[in-house]
Design a protein around this ligand. Sequence first.
Ligand code: SAM
Length: 290
Amino acid sequence: MDAGRASRTAAYMALFRAVETARRSARLFDDPLATTLLPSDLRTVAAVARLPVVGPMVPWVLDRGWPRTRSSGVVRTAAIDALVLDALAAGARQLVLLGAGFDSRPYRLPLADALTFEVDHPATQAVKAQRLRASGVEVDRTRFVGVDFERDDVARALRTAGFDAGLVSVVVWEGVVSYLSSSAVDGTFSLLARILAPSSRLIFTYVDKGALDGSRHFDEARRWKWWVGRNGEPFVFGFDPAEIGAYLAAHGFRLVSDVSTAEVARTICEPLGRDEPGSALYRLTVAERE
Ligand SMILES: C[S@@+](CC[C@H](N)C(=O)[O-])C[C@H]1O[C@@H](n2cnc3c(N)ncnc32)[C@H](O)[C@@H]1O
């Protein structure tokens, strides 16, 4: 990403959540803060999405431009919300958001007394913290940890911020690994294995490597890759789903589940009567520290 400005893909994810929140029915979640966290140009788009009659055209236009991107994004948000709440109900006492972007989970989900660590690039984090404070959001239970995954010692930064390696945690690493070098991804898995207590859960998303090297065909891959590249944040890393279990085992994690957002969409959208496709190239994985 461009180290001099807040992540644009993070802003688009918040736009997708704002547009979802503007739906009149069968919403997958409510994210009232999503609009507040947007830059002014995308805030205008979110405002249009709330208008009667023309509002429903906004997701339609987004889907024409970047097929399945919005759909995959809102489906993954809903699924991860449920996974975080499950982990907290099972005893997690700390929530770590790696590459938090404009995620508002710490302020919209019932986290009980869990302490939250928002870990992100300082360029994105500074903008978010400023927008949260300007809108009067209570951030007492949040620790902001500014790091560059490519360069910084994330474990040390977390410890300095008060992370307790003796407590069970839930870690969300959503929409981030595809933008990192393989050494930063490997390094982060290794440090997580070092600092996470047994039974801690790691929820992460990734792009099917076949979409990046062209060895598997996905209709939406070309436009999606063009779109993130145009935002200065090209996809550079993917996993092969066939290898994810072995990769996790080598890093001290047990694979719990690994599904595409197309599969998640079938599970959570069909019962609502919604025709959301998700995406076969974008995957959601849950792992547990052994
Ligand atoms: C697509 S956004 C995802 C944001 C959020 N997790 C979500 O799903 O809405 C990617 C995030 O990764 C962060 N990021 C990308 N490269 C990074 C790096 N080298 N170090 C730290 N954060 C990075 C960006 O700041 C941004 O917040």
